[in-house]
Write a protein that binds this ligand. Sequence first.
Ligand SMILES: O=c1ccn([C@@H]2O[C@H](COP(=O)(O)O)[C@@H](O)[C@H]2O)c(=O)[nH]1
Ligand SMILES: [Zn+2]
Ligand SMILES: [Zn+2]
Length: 592
Amino acid sequence: MLTAFWLSIAVVSAIPIGKFQAVFNGAEEKGHDEGNFRDLKVGELNFLHTTDTHGWLGSHLTQANYGADWGDFISFTTKFKERRIGSNDLLLIDTGDKHDGNGISDATVPNGIRSTEIFNEQDYDLLTLGNHELYTEDNTILEYYSTVVNDKFKGKYVASNVEFVTNESEIVPFGSKYRFFQTSNLRYNILAFSFLFNFQRANSRAIVTPAAEELQKDWFQEVVNSYPEEKVDVIIVFGHMPITDPEEHEINKVHAILRTYYPNSVIQYFGGHSHIRDFAIFDELSTGLQSGRFAETVGFLSIDNVRSEAPRFSRRYIDFNKDSFAHHSGVNFKKDLRTERGANVSSKIGEIREELNLTSVVGYVPRSYYMDSKPLTSKKNIYNLLTTNVLPLLKSKKTNSSKSRFILINTGSIRYDLYEGEFTKDTEYIVSPFSNDWNFVEIPLALAEDVAAYLNNGAILMTSMGPPESRMKAELPKRRDSCPFIHTPGFTKGYTTLDDFGCKGDDKVHNSELYFPVPNVVQSVELQAGWSESVHFVFYSFIQPYVINALNALNEEKKVVTYKFSDADCMKYGGKSTGELLKDYIRSLDKS
Ligand SMILES: O=c1ccn([C@@H]2O[C@H](COP(=O)(O)O)[C@@H](O)[C@H]2O)c(=O)[nH]1
Ligand SMILES: [Zn+2]
Ligand SMILES: [Zn+2]
């Protein structure tokens, strides 16, 4: 169930997976490796899946593993369908989160106006939204009017538990509640639902109802009555919800409810949000696939013997590059992958990069800095760089700086490693896309010095503060021995994924990465000589609720002040965003 950078590969057989091993092992073991590629096992019903693209439509310019752009992806799906699918069926699915992470989406006003055009060039059969379509009103309005009601996706945009608030304050579904359709070749009857996880920070233009609650509503009963088990071959539940959810078990609750109405149907899940490659077995007739993040992965899933009592599932995580795309689509040469439509989309992406000035160079990064493949104490760790050299550059627009100061950020606000080489306008969005405002509170040092430790205390569930993938990666040490660590000369570093089928899901064998746990928050501390008892405690407005909670909990224990902290105690601090401060720091290196 886990994406393990440091776990690996082909040399071992699948790990024991309990009572389902006998049923599913065949799917893992069959299919041959060619070179260090692992082939896809095309079946009767096939799926290609993307999720959490976060604006990464223009490829990863510094990482060859993920060097394809959205145009190449369109070429791939076209060629794959033509050459590999034949008289079988293929469905294309996306599970949301299209903003915040790349200049192509984030350097425009409104955010995503150009990236949405590009994204929508892909011919998805089923698509939906993630929480990043709901943080700001602008994003929600854009998603609704550009994609949900777009004729191209009529009926195909599904959001079973999200509603949109129109300009006239009318509450309408955020797309179709469900989709019932027949596949074009083998005529499978498909019933599809889509659920967003229980996201309760949506702006005022959207309403999210917890999935299990939504399934108690009349519309779902009507669907069950209209499409009982005998009329359905496969139920697809695709949504912005992790397929492995050890804390909330949201997807497992959905599965339990669906099974009461559809005890014998194949139910196939596609998930997202936790940014990992993952495959989970729910029962003999049901599995789930999750396809990573940031256009690093195209997930592949096939089901054979669809109408039998023993369907067979197979999965692969395809690296988002032209070698992989050419290999799996069965073209002879990489140049044969290109389609006219794909090439047009690629050149449009090039034009957008130019227009937005994304490749303009600001400075030079002397060496790479990593989020979790180097320990926090390492000079090569990005959080170490930020707390030591970058955050201290913050200057308040609202207050004088003579007091001692703590600057605390949630680690999830940093979204990608910073690679050696040119620092461009795009790099700023890639590493730190959020334009969070800085707020501060004036508090006694006795409280300030304990906030970070409180927020990082493992006993407290603060899962929305760390990087999405860290929630699952924290499980890894417990599974350390499940797959061997690979270090083969000539292989590139990349994903080696451990999931419910074992260690052979990635389409390419990679060298393993180390993983070091990331705390929820990190901070820089500047204690002035002759410091007084009160300090300025500075943080992102995004994490204000957690900071207030922490202060009240700590004060209850330590009894430092006689009042309760609330939003009213927090003031605007002002100053540049972390991304801008990082840019200033990198620029200053050139001058030194
Ligand atoms: O303003 C913001 C918004 C979000 N974050 C961080 O992002 C994750 C959610 O990202 P997903 O891609 O949906 O997993 C959230 O938990 C925060 O860690 C942020 O820092 N600031
Ligand atoms: Zn995401
Ligand atoms: Zn998300």
